[in-house]
Design a protein around this ligand. Structure first.
Ligand code: PAF
Length: 274
């Protein structure tokens, strides 16, 4: 892959990369589309990265429909599909990791210790392997996107990071590879995350500047939905991901939500302007 990427660069091709863990869905395909609008050559990576999963997480159950993914990638017009084996990415004597500090600390970083270290490490490695000019990541994983932006800036990577909007199902549920774990009933219940975002937009638009109070209202809404349990709801500063309790007029904040639907953990987020 490195040799191919180097040749593409020598031929003055603009390389775009879309990194995924497979189980491709509409959301991933929207990232590919966005990459194709900016780059002449698009590389799609599929790698279920073990180092970003915690001990009690779903690494071994994570869906791996490789043939279906290959067909979807082809149909989407991807130029190269890079799908390495774990042993070639992390050989026996592997020792190096990449870690981002403040922006990776709260929310997902707190609930999933080591997760962002695993993400920052694999993203750095895949950047080095695919040598892209641009990379598209989904807004769905907003904190991951903030970590990657920090990483690229701090390590002088000279890659343009493009943010792709969240793709939602009809009921508002954000499209995710993990949605296949949900029953029809759970899918309906999980739409409460999107209702929470809409509630926040409405409350903030009505001059509700006490963000802490609004977050508590959303937690109550989630916990009142059968089968749903809130993990966290909070507003953060868009760049630093530091929690914010009181809104200032004219500023845009990011509302972060995580909840359990049965045993399935789901995350979502929305931009809220005060
Ligand atoms: O968002 C994902 O699917 C993963 O975290 C990523 C960026 C492909 C790294 O493994």
């Amino acid at each position: 892959m490195q040799t191919i990427a180097e040749k593409l660069r020598l031929n003055r091709q603009c390389i775009g990369v879309v990194m995924t863990m497979g189980a491709l869905h509409e959301g991933h395909l929207s990232l590919v589309k966005l990459a194709q609008q900016t780059a002449g050559t698009v590389i799609l990576t599929i790698f279920v990265n073990p180092s970003q999963f915690g001990l009690n997480e779903d690494l071994h159950q994570y869906p791996r429909p490789f043939e279906q993914d290959t067909a979807l990638a082809k149909a989407a017009g991807v130029d190269f599909l890079f799908a390495p084996e774990a042993e070639s990415i992390y050989p026996e004597n592997y020792q190096t990791t990449v870690e981002c500090s403040a922006v990776a600390r709260g929310f997902e970083g707190e609930r999933r210790p080591g997760h962002f270290k695993g993400v920052a490490t694999i993203v750095t490695k895949l950047f080095n392997i695919t040598k892209p000019h641009i990379a598209v990541f989904g807004e769905k994983d907003a904190q991951q996107l903030a970590v990657i932006r920090r990483l690229v800036e701090d390590l002088n990577m000279h890659i343009n990071i493009i943010e792709a909007p969240i793709v939602r199902e009809k009921n508002g549920l954000a499209v995710s590879s993990r949605n296949i774990y949900l029953s029809t009933q759970e899918r309906d219940g999980a739409a409460i995350l999107y209702k929470g975002i809409r509630h926040a937009e409405k409350r903030v638009a009505e001059q509700g500047h006490n963000l802490q109070e609004i977050a508590e209202e959303i937690e109550k809404m989630i916990n009142a939905t059968p089968g749903c349990r809130s993990d966290y709801v909070g507003f953060v500063d868009e760049a630093t991901f530091e929690p914010v309790e009181t809104a200032e007029a004219g500023i845009e904040y990011r509302l972060l939500l995580a909840m359990y639907s049965g045993t399935v953990r789901l995350i979502d987020n929305g931009k809220i302007r005060a």
